[in-house]
Design a protein around this ligand. Structure first.
Ligand SMILES: *Cc1c(COP(=O)(O)O)cnc(C)c1O
Length: 380
């Protein structure tokens, strides 16, 4: 089966009891046992829930993993991941990460003796140098948030493997519709299902997808032990979102292209970050590694923060809000919103300046989104 078909049919047979084409939402915290420890396979909904089980099987299948696990948020998934690494573990992490990921890594560094080195993973020589020293885990995002840098996942996975490190890829921005890191050599995929997988800005959720049997077992144990699990209804909504992931990602991609082309070359624009533009530093890699460029565009306005505030006020369709990946277009000012937890000096060094704006291009008519951006630029 091809990918769009798998989104609907793989791991989701009709309900065996009734034939319902959607899994029932099992709003039950607990399950009757015939005798102590004689049960249906479900005992307590933190440990397992039938609605969640359908979502988890689907997540595992569409990311080409051995098993999927659902969590209460992307950071809930990350917290559970971190529980597997004892104090003194060393991570090599990409230097442009979701702000909350950076915040949690830094918290574990200060509180629990985690060692983290942040490197520009678009530069394989730097990755190689960072792996000269023993590392337990390599943590990647591609495309990154918010600068949309692309890492060669297969090349980094090969370097990490020969260094004996586990490779984790946060695939929130690309989604399995555009890129499947496990097929490229990653061991674990992480998602904020809040974003494109849910797709409708109506839930908070996360996921881990495991490629190796030993990880599948270990993280299922940790999922229950830590307890950051989603409600059955939220599992149902993520599953419903997954059904339309293919068509939505194509629509998001068309919108992003229209917006990026409108911004590109405009006199008020210093730089456009979008992997689909020919002058993006990793454009060729993106073309090879992904089957589309995604729905995110970042732009640095020439007039700095003053221009940003004017631009944000002038937009009519893009809503100023944190988050991304929903059907409606959103705009974010990373320096003061999503990435405020990254120290200013770090941010500026990476390019997350006061003039940077991040656009999550929704599935509205691309021409309306391009008009909205054009009109706002004209106010600067
Ligand atoms: C939002 C986000 C997260 C965190 O997920 P939550 O669901 O908000 O906890 C992690 N990684 C990326 C790339 C994100 O965009």
């Amino acid at each position: 089966m091809r990918f769009d078909t798998r989104l609907l049919h793989e791991a989701q047979p009709p309900d065996p009891l009734t034939g319902a084409v959607n899994p029932p939402v099992y709003l039950s915290s607990t399950f009757r046992q015939k005798a102590p420890n004689v049960h249906s396979g479900y005992v307590y909904s933190r440990s397992g829930n039938p609605t969640r089980a359908v979502l988890e099987a689907t997540l595992g299948a569409i990311e080409s993993g051995r098993a999927g696990l659902a969590f209460s948020s992307g950071l809930g998934a990350l917290t559970t991941l971190l529980e597997a690494f004892p104090s003194g573990s060393r991570f090599v992490a990409a230097d442009d990460l979701y702000g909350g990921t950076y915040r949690l890594f830094e918290h574990h560094r200060r509180q629990f003796g985690l060692k983290v080195d942040y490197v520009d993973t678009t530069d394989l020589d730097r990755v190689r140098a960072a792996l000269d020293e023993r590392a337990d885990l390599v943590y990647l995002e591609s495309p990154t948030n918010p600068l949309l840098k692309i890492t060669d996942l297969n090349a980094v996975a090969r370097l990490a493997k020969s260094a004996g490190a586990t490779v984790v890829v946060d695939n929130t921005f690309a989604t399995p519709a555009l890129q499947r890191p496990i097929e490229l050599g990653a061991d674990i995929v992480l998602h904020s299902t809040t974003k494109y997988l849910g797709g409708h800005s109506d839930i908070i959720g996360g996921a881990l997808v495991l490629a190796r049997a030993k990880d599948a077992e270990r993280f299922a144990w940790l999922q229950n032990a830590v307890g950051a699990v989603p409600s059955p209804f939220d599992c149902f909504l993520v599953l419903r979102g997954i059904h339309t992931l293919g068509v939505r990602m194509r629509a998001h991609g068309e919108s992003a292209r229209a917006v990026a082309e409108t911004l590109d070359g405009h006199s008020q624009v210093r730089r456009v970050y979008y992997p689909g533009l020919a002058d993006h530093p990793q454009h060729r890699l993106a073309r090879r590694q992904m089957s589309g460029y995604g729905g995110m565009v970042s732009v640095e306005l020439a007039g700095g923060k003053k221009a940003v505030l004017r631009f944000l006020r002038a937009l009519r369709i893009f809503t100023l809000a944190e988050s991304l990946g929903g059907v409606e277009s959103l705009v974010d000012h990373p320096a003061t919103m999503t990435h405020a937890s990254v120290p200013r000096a770090e941010r500026e060094k990476l390019g997350v300046t006061e003039g940077l704006v991040r656009l999550s291009c929704g599935i509205e008519d691309p021409a309306d989104l391009a008009d909205d951006v054009r009109r706002a630029l004209a106010r600067l």
